[in-house]
Design a binder for this molecule. Structure first.
Ligand code: DX5
Ligand code: ZN
Length: 219
């Protein structure tokens, strides 16, 4: 089985000590750093933008996995590329107000890995026209906007669907889950075929980041 990638979401970190938090999760065994970008329009919350991603970039050599929960992602992609993103994930819903194919192309052309994601209410069929045009499928296991929400097991059908594409396709994608991931829901996600786990609360609100990350891996 492929190695499980753990991507702590800094949304749950202590921003007054952000650099230290990043060093701590890196030392604790994190594989990627997940940056949740929210604009107050596509989701009902505002987080941070490219300037903070640039600060994160200075603090770690781990891949930065940028999740854009914003309208007009196409317009902002160059700024996140410049800030040091390694992968950029965008939403497929029409409310995200962009040309999905064009945005994915822009991300890949800039040398980043392209991710596509969908809200829990969005059917997996919405993704199908873009198969082959993205490298990561992010299955939201909560409605995006806030950390600390309960995991939605009903989304596992999408994870299985993506894992089946991988069986059939030459171009393998990462299957990532995001929201409500703890040791128990990590196990469920892995069993269904996820290989990248985003976790905010269960890592940054724990006393021992290394233990939290090991537990997510099922170790
Ligand atoms: C939800 C974000 C998630 C969130 C995960 O809108 O995309 O990345 O921060 O946080 P937890 O692990 O706390 O559910
Ligand atoms: Zn996210």
């Amino acid at each position: 089985m492929a190695r499980i990638i753990i991507a702590p979401s800094i949304l749950a970190a202590d921003f007054s000590r952000l650099a230290e938090e990043i060093h701590s999760v890196e030392a604790a065994g994190a594989d990627w750093i997940h940056c949740d970008i929210m604009d107050g329009h596509f989701v009902d919350n505002i987080s941070f933008g490219p300037d903070v991603v640039r600060l994160v970039r200075k603090e770690t050599s781990l891949p930065l996995d940028v999740h854009l929960m914003i309208e007009h992602a196409d317009h902002y992609v160059p700024r996140f590329v410049k800030a040091g993103a390694n992968s950029i994930t965008v939403h497929v819903e029409p409310e995200a107000k962009h040309d999905v194919l064009e945005t994915l192309r822009k991300i890949r052309d800039a040398g980043c890995r392209a991710g596509l994601t969908l809200n829990p209410e969005t059917p997996i069929e919405m993704i199908e026209p873009f198969v082959g045009k993205f490298d990561i499928l992010l299955v939201m296991t909560v409605h995006p906007g806030f950390g600390g929400q309960p995991f939605r097991a009903d989304q596992m059908e999408k994870v299985r669907h993506a894992a089946n594409w991988n069986e059939a396709c030459k171009h393998k994608i990462d299957v990532e889950v995001d929201g409500g991931i703890n040791p128990e829901t990590a196990r469920i996600s892995i069993e269904n075929g996820a290989n990248v786990l985003v976790a905010g609360t269960s890592i940054f609100h724990s006393d021992d980041y290394a233990k939290a990350i090991r537990e997510l891996r099922g170790e």
